[in-house]
Design a protein around this ligand. Structure first.
Ligand SMILES: *Cc1c(COP(=O)(O)O)cnc(C)c1O
Length: 378
């Protein structure tokens, strides 16, 4: 058993990362246990200031999860019944779920075969041919697997209609583009600190990043029951969607090594790219001028089931993100889809596979992954 575990190549191994930050995390947790301000303690504000500085935006508002970061953003913009929010069908369910939770209608758009990100033509068509009972209010491009979307192009398509561009950056914090870092590329950016995301805490957590003072103030109010100036003023409908002080303390310790871990992820990605240069597995393309946070390394392969058996036989861990596009899921089937459907999303869900990726992935382990894929493809 132990021998087999040592032999396994994990998809993600948090142990070496925890080893690096353990003493700083212990110190910060002890401080919280001493001051006992478990809700909205000083670490929350300190973390928000550091995160805003890291992303180069004026406002970082922490919250209870990436999903709630999306919900808070939509609520702050006043998105609700009768509003259409465009979302890619090839994404994690939370992107569309947040839209439905605020009473709006998700309109599913296809993705690009090269980048796996929002397809501009499909978005343009969906916008132009929106059912007349819906008002276009927002688009949520998803920086799936860590690479940011081409936000200026999305913005151009939105035209002068005042459509909110809300980035789902749950997997791309630390990535960037010619216009700056993720967090400053869209009107609002929602991110997640789920433990296996590039910057993860020890539970659930998230944040919204924005340069809009008014939206930032609204989100701060909504995340604590829609509060106003006084402690028991309720000026709008809100939620209980705060980040725990303990999670903020943990994130402060982890933020110190984040920049370096992003570089390590980039090294791992480059070793993969070199290894795959002569192999028929196509990795997700990163748009020109953009930098991925490499939350995942995902490739397209033929005969995926066969590769899955090879991985199992070689004790290589993998994941299928995501096996079914959202417009095909029972809970989301009834919502509108772009005029030409979402055929690329359907195709990708049958051919993608995510392979081991984390900052401390050993070159020997990585070599085994590349070798197994090369055998499969050649
Ligand atoms: C993880 C994830 C979310 C949700 O984040 P949680 O913190 O788990 O709520 C949303 N969108 C995408 C693309 C994600 O990967």
């Amino acid at each position: 058993m132990a021998e087999r575990a040592a032999h396994t190549v994990p998809l993600v191994d948090l142990a070496p990362h925890h080893e690096r930050v353990r003493s700083e995390i212990d110190r910060r947790i002890r401080t919280v246990l001493e001051h006992r301000r478990f809700i909205m303690g000083p670490e929350v504000e300190e973390f928000e200031e550091r995160l805003a500085a890291f992303c180069g935006v004026p406002h970082a508002i922490s919250c209870s999860s990436g999903t709630d970061a999306l919900v808070l953003s939509l609520m702050a913009h006043g998105v609700g019944p009768g509003d259409a929010v465009f979302v890619p069908s090839f994404t994690f369910v939370a992107t569309a779920e947040a839209v439905v939770l605020v009473g709006a209608t998700p309109v599913f758009v296809d993705v690009s075969e090269e980048t796996f990100l929002l397809d501009l033509e499909s978005f343009g068509d969906a916008l132009a041919r929106l059912p007349s009972n819906l008002r276009p209010r927002a688009v949520i491009p998803v920086d799936l697997f860590g690479a940011p979307c081409d936000y200026p192009a999305v913005r151009t398509l939105c035209g002068a209609d005042g459509i909110l561009v809300l980035a789902d950056a749950a997997q791309s914090l630390g990535g960037g583009g010619p216009q700056g870092r993720v967090g400053g590329l869209a009107d609002m950016t929602a991110t997640s600190f789920f433990p296996t995301k590039p910057l993860g805490c020890f539970g659930d957590g998230g944040a919204v990043l924005t340069d809009d003072d008014d939206l930032a103030a609204k989100i701060r109010s909504i995340r604590i029951h829609g509060g106003g100036e006084g402690k028991y003023d309720n000026v709008r409908i809100g939620l209980n969607a705060r980040l725990d002080t303990l999670q903020a303390a943990i994130l402060l310790a982890k933020l110190e090594v984040f920049e370096e871990e992003l570089r390590l992820r980039e090294d791992v990605a480059q070793r993969y790219s070199a290894g795959f240069a002569r192999v028929a597995a196509t990795p997700q393309a990163v748009s020109h001028g953009y930098r991925s946070a490499w939350a995942q390394y995902t490739i397209i392969v033929a005969e995926r089931d066969l590769l899955v058996s090879r991985f199992r036989a070689s004790s290589i861990s993998f994941a299928i993100y995501y096996p079914e596009p959202l417009h095909r899921q029972p809970a989301y089937r009834e919502f509108p889809v772009a005029p030409d459907g979402a055929p690329i999303s359907e195709r990708l869900s049958k051919s993608v596979i995510s392979i081991p990726m984390y900052p401390y992935l050993a070159p020997e382990h990585q070599g085994r992954v590349i070798e197994t894929i090369a055998e499969h493809c050649n």
